[in-house]
Design a protein around this ligand. Structure first.
Ligand SMILES: *Cc1c(COP(=O)(O)O)cnc(C)c1O
Length: 641
């Protein structure tokens, strides 16, 4: 589809904001100042306190924290929790809803102790609770949650030990709910509760017919592995009736997937769940809580569409739609309004972490100048390419592009069959590159640029090597093609001039970022700045607080990055509140069962043997052992001396 190109004018920082979509995905937390630096405003408002991100980076480096760093801005977490509660409160007030709202944070979205602790701390005044999906998560939750008005939701498969832990948490006054995922869990809960002498709070997870489109579609619908179907729900009700324990059944839960990008899917889910909730009340269950699970999406690409990396609704719309739908369904039967619970994970934590890394090198294909005299060959391939080059003009960019692709392919064929030499092929490839560059330059002046010509940048792109590992720090880029906004954190007052993809330092061909948000959908390259001599170039990958940290792995033995948390004060000063040193090489090797002491012994022995056999001198042994030691102690990423 042809697009309209703007006339070239002087680049401003506003152009950078538009170009990288900072206002579209940044939710007010990120912007660009007049120096061309990214600024962080933890209140989500420009007038509020703010700090320059490159300045924070400088302070970190001065303190000896090496790149890559995962930077957490703690007050953004606070702001996200506050906004969620305030927006639900607004919907509840305006729609005259009689129940209240309680949020819980699903620990699996970011299990790091610092994160869960910060959530409990910031969430305390809103009675924000926790959701645990496994025994370790429940143990973590009980150790952190002190607020007896907050909910503690237990999902996932439960054994006796899990249940006992939850029952004692109940006994200590925590609002702990056991959500039944499979019918058999009920008997164990009833049995253990009787033994321990406590009334359990029981919930059921239901399987909705409703499905959400997107990457987690299979979490909902008939084929989902989680939740009870209708006849299993009836079984639970009947068993509780027999035991005279229907007063323990208090909560209905469902979760139809993460990152639900279409608000209509959310509405359909709530509607179906409300009907079941209503039926449970009619059956005599106590109820009182409706838990809608997660799914509140993050607009990673800033397009505000129902694309997988976006959402076609605002937080306000989400809250109002939920409250309104519940009211509409339940008011028909005059059923009392329940306490609404949501288990938003992604939306709470995504914004508050930024991955920062320096660019180590750039590899670009700069063709040799066009030769004055083309070599004599048995065919006119090179002449054809040269005349295509000369022909490029605004009115026939597409035609020239078609021709040059044809000749390039022909060159490769002829080479394969031994009809041209490697030198001739090199000239052909260089000419091809010259033609593309000329087409791109010519097309930049056009009003309408044909689709294929817009994509020339993908072929012309440079490779920027970033000091990080996709597998460790951005696993969803690799696993599910998740889009994250990537932006240089400085120099945004200069127009970026190089189309690029970003490769990491693992030597894996999947270790790269080659999909970037582009207003609507994705594009294959990002525009970056030329590297300057003697000056580091820093990139930030934003909105990485959800799921990325623990899903990351040790591919190529790159370990956890350094983590730094800051808290920004009202007067725009800030403090480093927590620091976590990343893994050393010795740490990582021990994760994969190497015995570091034994390794040192072996290298000593081998060095000794090498002296003995005359390969090295005694003083070489000292250097080698020192290097080996330093290497083990060091950071797994590229370090500056
Ligand atoms: C993963 C999960 C969540 C979190 O979903 P988000 O979309 O990240 O908010 C909530 N509840 C359950 C049961 C989950 O499995």
């Amino acid at each position: 589809m042809p697009v309209t190109k703007k006339k070239t004018k002087k680049w401003s920082t506003q152009d950078a904001i538009d170009f990288y979509g900072v206002d579209r995905w940044g939710a007010g937390y990120f912007s660009v100042d007049k120096n061309g630096d990214i600024v962080i405003s933890p209140s989500g408002k420009k007038e509020g306190p703010h700090v320059s991100l490159p300045k924070v980076v400088k302070c970190m480096l001065d303190r000896g924290m090496d790149m890559p760093v995962l930077l957490r801005i703690e007050n953004i977490l606070g702001s996200q929790i506050k906004t969620l509660h305030e927006t639900f409160a607004k919907a509840i007030k305006e729609l005259d809803y009689k129940g209240s709202y309680k949020g819980v944070f699903p620990i699996k979205v970011n299990q790091q102790e610092q994160v869960v602790e910060a959530i409990a701390q910031f969430g305390s005044k809103f009675d924000h609770g926790l959701e645990a999906g496994s025994k370790p998560e429940l143990i973590a939750a009980i150790s952190i949650l002190e607020n007896r008005n907050a909910c503690l939701i237990c999902n996932g498969y439960k054994d006796e030990e899990f249940i006992d832990l939850g029952l004692y948490a109940t006994k200590m006054g925590l609002q702990c709910f056991f959500v039944i995922e499979i019918p058999d869990e009920l008997e164990l809960i009833l049995e253990r509760a009787a033994k321990i002498g406590v009334q359990p709070n029981i919930g059921i997870r239901i399987k909705l017919a409703a499905k959400a489109e997107g990457k987690w579609a299979e979490s909902g619908g008939d084929s989902s592995v989680f939740g009870l179907n209708m006849s299993q729900i009836i079984y639970i009700i009947d068993r509780l009736k027999e035991e005279n324990k229907l007063d323990c059944l208090k909560l209905l839960h469902y979760h139809i997937g993460s990152q639900i990008s279409n608000i209509r899917d959310i509405r359909v889910g709530v509607m179906e769940a409300c009907r079941i909730y209503d039926e449970l009340i009619q059956e005599g269950a106590a109820m009182g809580y409706l838990d809608l699970g997660g799914g509140l999406a993050v607009d990673y690409d800033g397009s505000r569409t129902n694309e997988p990396s976006s959402r076609n609704y605002s937080l306000e719309e989400y809250c109002f739609d939920i409250v309104e739908t519940i009211t509409t369904v339940l008011d028909k039967s005059s059923t009392p309004h329940p306490t609404i619970i949501t288990e938003s994970g992604r939306a709470i934590v995504a914004y508050y972490s930024v991955l920062l890394f320096n660019v180590l090198d750039v590899s670009s294909y700069v063709p040799q100048p066009i030769p004055k005299q083309l070599p004599k060959t048995s065919n006119d391939l090179l002449e054809n390419l040269l005349s295509t080059y000369k022909m490029v003009s605004p009115k026939d960019v597409q035609e020239c592009y078609n021709d040059t692709l044809f000749y390039r392919d022909q060159a490769r064929q002829l080479f394969k069959h031994g009809q041209i030499s490697i030198r001739e092929r090199a000239i052909a490839e260089d000419l091809f590159r010259h033609i593309l560059l000329k087409i791109a330059k010519t097309a930049a002046k056009l009003q309408h640029v044909p689709r294929e010509i817009q994509e020339i940048n993908d072929i012309l792109s440079d490779v920027y090597y970033g000091n990080f590992s996709v597998f460790q720090s951005l696993p969803d880029v690799w696993a599910i093609n998740q889009l994250f906004p990537v932006v240089p954190i400085h120099r945004l007052d200069e127009a970026p001039s190089r189309p690029a993809i970003i490769a990491d330092i693992t030597c894996d061909c999947d270790g790269k970022i080659d999909m970037f948000p582009n207003g609507e959908g994705a594009k294959g390259t990002i525009m970056l700045h030329d590297l300057k001599e003697q000056e580091e170039y820093y990139l930030g990958v934003f909105l990485v607080g959800a799921y990325q940290e623990t899903l990351g792995d040790l591919h190529n033995l790159f370990g956890d990055t350094n983590v730094v948390s800051i808290n920004i004060n009202d007067d725009s000063s800030y403090e480093f509140v927590r620091e976590l040193e990343g893994d050393s090489v010795a740490d990582i090797l021990s994760y994969v069962e190497y015995d570091v002491k034994a390794m040192k012994q072996r290298i000593k022995k081998f060095a000794e043997d090498s002296i003995h056999k005359g390969f090295i001198k005694v003083k070489d042994r000292k250097v080698i052992l020192h290097m080996f030691d330093e290497g083990l102690r060091g950071y797994s990423y590229f370090e500056k001396e």
